[in-house]
Design a protein around this ligand. Structure first.
Ligand code: NAP
Length: 242
């Protein structure tokens, strides 16, 4: 069996190290937000309040812009967030939280990326691309794959670390990993809802469990770390604003 790189311990470690400045406040601006956005907002507010961050939920852009840390949900045309406020964005201060969570898991479990081959499957602006850039910043040799990649199994088999951010339930099965070495590490970012309502990742974890060295579970892997990273960003934004 491969090792399971669970997110809970990583999140706990992040929360334990948070130094929340006095008066830290997060604004969640929801303009014409959809039910999914509102559920997301509720989760964030719960996590923030747990660590002592005040949350202001508002539909008033001016009120939100006056706060040190802002999350924008729904329609946000014409809004000018400063990069250091934009804790869920990709700018000079912050990387997208999910991508950062993927890399933080590797870091927490002691996987050094320098000189390693990392294959990222997926090139979205929110996950795949930033995850690839973060791996590159750690001196990995990075390959970014997508739906037009010609031989995806070979690109995955060539990697020391595979980061899957595809959105296709259990797509990466045995042929995507080295058959005998059992030395690959897999970060499964995918969250896919099956017909029976259960959540699965982009990797057929059960199928490849005896084939890879370590893998993140879904649920309980990257998703569990993403909110903790978001809280870390709020704290940084509030500290920068002091
Ligand atoms: P996305 O915007 O739909 O991007 C998916 C990427 O996968 C695209 O680059 C696409 O290639 C590529 N792809 C699709 N089918 C492929 C195939 N058959 N072979 C190779 N590549 C393929 O999705 P996303 O927003 O990046 O999210 C990816 C997954 O992560 C989803 O399951 C999402 O639910 C999950 N997610 C998890 C978290 C978390 O906290 N764990 C947060 C956000 C997202 P093209 O560019 O060529 O179309």
């Amino acid at each position: 069996m491969s090792s399971l790189l669970t997110g809970k311990e990583v999140a706990q470690d992040i929360y334990a190290k948070l130094e929340v400045p006095e008066g830290a406040t997060l604004a969640i601006l929801s303009q014409n937000a959809q039910p999914d956005d509102l559920a997301y907002a509720r989760n964030i507010a719960k996590a923030a309040e747990k660590v002592g961050i005040k949350v202001i939920q508002t539909e008033d852009a001016e009120e939100a812009l006056a706060m040190p840390a802002v999350i924008v949900l729904g329609d946000h045309q014409g809004l000018e967030l400063a990069p250091r406020q934009d804790i869920d964005g990709w700018n000079d201060y912050f990387a997208p939280c999910t991508a950062e969570a993927a890399l933080r898991i590797l870091d927490f479990y002691g996987y050094e990326l320098r000189g390693k081959k990392v294959t990222v499957v997926g090139r979205s602006m929110v996950v795949g691309k930033p995850a690839a850039m973060l791996a590159l910043a750690k001196d990995a040799t990075v390959t970014i794959c997508h739906s037009k990649t010609l031989n995806l199994p070979a690109e995955c088999r060539a990697a020391d670390v595979v980061i899957a951010a595809i959105g296709r339930a259990q797509m990466l099965g045995r042929e995507y990993f080295r058959e005998h070495q059992k030395d690959q590490v897999v970060i499964d970012v995918g969250i896919n809802v099956k017909a029976d309502g259960s959540l699965v990742g982009d990797v057929a974890t059960g199928e490849v469990a005896d084939q890879v060295a370590a893998i993140t579970p879904v649920p309980g892997g990257v998703g569990a770390v993403t909110t903790a990273i978001l809280m870390e960003h709020v704290v940084r934004a509030c500290t920068l604003a002091v």
